[in-house]
Design a protein around this ligand. Structure first.
Ligand code: AOF
Ligand code: ZN
Length: 380
C-alpha cells in the first residue's frame, strides 16, 4: 500500500482516505448552513494522524479541526480535504495560512470551492508554494454532499426536495383529512417514517403550507436519536391562519419561520413575532407569494437545503414554480380511490406533454412501503 506514483495522480489509497474524509463531511449535513459540510484528514506514512469536520457555521473549518487533532504530526503529511481550502477571512481566518507552514507532502482535494471569495485561489496558493495538488478524487460524492451549498452559492437559492407520502393511487389522506380520534393515522409505515425523519435530520429546513399546520398540527421536528431539528417554515396567507395552540408555535422549540404576504394583518404578524416566530414578509401576486421569490429569500438567509413536505397546494405550487430539484416519494400499499386527497393539487395540465418529468429514478423499499427517488427535469 505505498502511495508512490509517477506524476502526482491519485492512488487507490487516495480514494480510500478521501472516502473517509467524505464520511466525516457527511456528519455535518444539515448542520453547517450557510456553509458547506466539509471533512479533512492528515495522513503520514499511510496512517491517519488527525481528522475533523466542519460542525456548524462559525466553528473552525474541517482542515483546522483535523490540524488540531493531528498537532505536530501534521508536518510533512498528506492532507485529504473534500473542499478546496479557503483563502479569505470570513467568520474564521483563512485555512491556507494554517496549512502553508506545515510543509505538506501533497494535498488531495475532492472539489473546488464555488464561493467567489475562493474559486480556485486556495488550489493556486498551494501550487505556488510548491505543494503538489491532486483535484477530483471523490468529486462525485463531494458534489452530492455540497449540492445544497453549491445551489445557494451559484443559483442564490437552496436545493429543494419535495417529499410526498402517498397511497398507490397517489392520495395523501381520505377526503376531509384523516379522522384522528386516537393519534395520527399514518399512510406510510414506521420504516418509511424513520426515513422521512432522516431526511429532516440532513435538511437545513422543512417547509409546509398553513393548511397542513391546520389539518395535521405537525411538529416538523426530527425524532431520530442523535438527530437535529431543521428550521420549520410555514407559508401562510394574508390572515396568517395558524391555530394559537399549533405545536410549531410552542415556545422553546426549534426556530419557526412564517412566510406571509407583505399585506398580512399587522396585528397577527406582531402576535407571532411576540411568540418568537420569525415572520418574513414577501410581496404577493393575487394573494400568493411566488415560490421562486420565497426560495431566493431563503437562500439569502443562508439555507442550502429545503425539504418541502406538502400539502397538496404547496406541492403543486413548488412544482409549477420550477423550484423542485429532487423528489422523494414514499408509496404505501393502499388505495384510497377518488375519495382521497391527491398528493398534488390541480395545475390545469391538459396533455401528457405537460407532465412534470422525473429523471434518474431509483426505487427502494422501506418495510411494506416503496421509496421512489428522482430528479425533476428542468422545463423549457
Ligand atoms: C466551512 N467549513 O470546513 C471549509 C469552508 O465564514 P467562514 O469563515 O466559516 O467561511 C465560510 C466559507 O469558507 C465557505 O463559504 C467556504 O467558501 C469556505 N470553506 N467553510 O464552513 C469548512 N473548508
Ligand atoms: Zn477554511
Amino acid at each position: 500500500m505505498t502511495s508512490r506514483r509517477a506524476a502526482g495522480g491519485p492512488t487507490a489509497a487516495d480514494s480510500r482516505f478521501m472516502a473517509r474524509a467524505l464520511a466525516l463531511a457527511a456528519r455535518g449535513l444539515g448542520r453547517t448552513f450557510p456553509n458547506p459540510p466539509v471533512g479533512a484528514l492528515f495522513v503520514r506514512r499511510g496512517r491517519v494522524v488527525g481528522e475533523g469536520f466542519h460542525t456548524r457555521a462559525g466553528a473552525p473549518h474541517a482542515e483546522i479541526e483535523a490540524l488540531r487533532a493531528a498537532g505536530g504530526r501534521a508536518a510533512g503529511a498528506v492532507l485529504y480535504v473534500t473542499l478546496e481550502p479557503c483563502v479569505h477571512h470570513g467568520r474564521t481566518p483563512p485555512c491556507i495560512d494554517a496549512l502553508l507552514p506545515l510543509g505538506l507532502e501533497r494535498v488531495v482535494v475532492a472539489i473546488a470551492d464555488p464561493d467567489p471569495r475562493v474559486r480556485g485561489r486556495g488550489l493556486a496558493r498551494l501550487r505556488r508554494a510548491g505543494i503538489p495538488v491532486v483535484l477530483g478524487v471523490g468529486a462525485a460524492e463531494a458534489g452530492l454532499l455540497t449540492a445544497g451549498y453549491r445551489s445557494r452559492v451559484l443559483r442564490g437559492r437552496p436545493l429543494v426536495t419535495l417529499k410526498l407520502a402517498t397511497t398507490l393511487d397517489g392520495r395523501i389522506a381520505p377526503a376531509g383529512g384523516s379522522q384522528r380520534r386516537s393519534g395520527p393515522e399514518w399512510i406510510t409505515g414506521p420504516a418509511a417514517r424513520r426515513l422521512a425523519h432522516a431526511l429532516r435530520d440532513i435538511s437545513d429546513a422543512v417547509l409546509v403550507g398553513a393548511g397542513t399546520v391546520r389539518a395535521d398540527d405537525p411538529r416538523l421536528t426530527c425524532r431520530l436519536k442523535g438527530g437535529r431539528n431543521p428550521v420549520r417554515i410555514v407559508v401562510a396567507g394574508r390572515r396568517l391562519e395558524l391555530p394559537r395552540g399549533a405545536r410549531i408555535l410552542t415556545p422553546g422549540g426549534p426556530p419557526t419561520w412564517v412566510v406571509a404576504p407583505t399585506r398580512a394583518t399587522p396585528a397577527r404578524v406582531e402576535a407571532l413575532r411576540r411568540r418568537g416566530v420569525e415572520v418574513i414578509l414577501e410581496p404577493a401576486r393575487s394573494g400568493r407569494i411566488p415560490f421562486a421569490a420565497i426560495m431566493r429569500t431563503l437562500g439569502k438567509r443562508g439555507l442550502t437545503t429545503v425539504l418541502v413536505e406538502g400539502g397538496a397546494t404547496v406541492a403543486a405550487q413548488v412544482l409549477a414554480a420550477g423550484v423542485v430539484d429532487r423528489l422523494v416519494l414514499f408509496v404505501a400499499p393502499l388505495l384510497l380511490a377518488g375519495d382521497g386527497v391527491p398528493a398534488v393539487a390541480p395545475l390545469g395540465l391538459r396533455r401528457v406533454a405537460d407532465a412534470f418529468r422525473v429523471d434518474a429514478v431509483a426505487v427502494g423499499r422501506a418495510g411494506r412501503d416503496l421509496v421512489v427517488e428522482g430528479r425533476l427535469r428542468r422545463r423549457p
